[in-house]
Design a protein around this ligand. Structure first.
Ligand code: GEK
Length: 245
């Protein structure tokens, strides 16, 4: 896995364009996401526990918006039932290329197919576990329900969707508090105020967070009968949504 430190937004820029997942981002991604997303390491490690508990024999596990394959690797090492495979999907060629290399270096026997495509175009079939870690936030809000409905349709009864997102808070004082703790987290991880502010501008039009309540309501509207927020750290949260038998 690439081990380079993220300096992408360190130097002043005359013009800041929208954030894209290109070669430069792929080369520093593990460092970037760990220093930017509080709780990322825990969510990835615990994703493996969802696979361990909910993978059904002969089913498919999906990692939608897989980036360099961290959640896929975590699941792959903890699947103990027979006949499973993982489908990992990302639409950024640079991320997919590095993801394939990371998976090849891993010796687990569970087969993985990596697809370079939009997660809105992927067929979800015979699934027991679907992971969408920090990726729905990059899809236009009015397209999110259709995608979640499609995932629900493709899950077997008893299957689970794990949805992790950056979130916002309806109460303005809580929003201010959680956002300022996130800012402290990034500063403590060595990002300068300039780097933080330039990255925020680059993400402004592409990362569109919603509240936990909005996600939970949409998941129920998509057909998920049981919806539980199981993790939160400042303004990042993860929700488990179940297709009931
Ligand atoms: C992890 N889950 O390490 N279709 C496919 N991929 C997409 C789309 C789309 N429509 N939009 C964005 N992506 C990972 C981290 S990162 C989160 C996920 C972050 C991809 C994009 O190319 C990138 O790789 C990923 O979603 C988001 O657990 O960088 O904040």
């Amino acid at each position: 896995m690439a081990k380079q430190r993220d300096h992408i937004f360190d130097e002043p820029r005359a013009m800041i364009v929208d954030f894209t997942f290109d070669e430069r981002v792929a080369s520093v991604f593990p460092d970037m996401i760990r220093r930017s997303v509080p709780g990322y390491g825990e969510v990835i490690a615990l994703t493996g526990l969802f696979a361990e508990r909910y993978a059904q024999p002969g089913s498919t596990l999906y990692d939608l918006g897989c980036s360099l394959g961290a959640a896929t690797l975590s699941m792959r090492r903890r699947i103990h039932v027979n006949g499973c495979r993982i489908v990992a999907v990302d639409n950024a060629p640079a991320m997919v290329e590095q993801c394939r290399a990371n998976l090849e270096a891993d010796k687990s026997p569970v087969p993985v197919d990596v697809h370079c495509s939009d997660i809105r175009q992927v067929g979800i079939e015979d699934a027991s576990v679907v992971i969408v870690n920090f990726t729905l936030q990059f899809i236009e809000p009015d397209e999110r329900l259709e995608l979640l409905h499609h995932i629900h349709q493709g899950l077997r009864p008893g299957g689970v969707l794990v949805l992790s997102e950056k979130v916002v808070f309806e109460d303005s004082s809580e929003q201010q508090f959680q956002e300022s703790m996130h800012l402290d987290f990034k500063r403590a991880n060595g990002y300068s105020d300039l780097a933080i502010s330039q990255k925020r501008t680059a993400l402004e039009n592409v990362l569109l967070p919603e509240s936990i309540e909005a996600h939970e309501t949409r998941l129920r509207n998509a057909g998920f009968a049981k919806v539980h927020t199981w993790f939160r750290c400042f303004n990042f949260a993860s929700i488990a949504a179940f297709r009931t038998p």
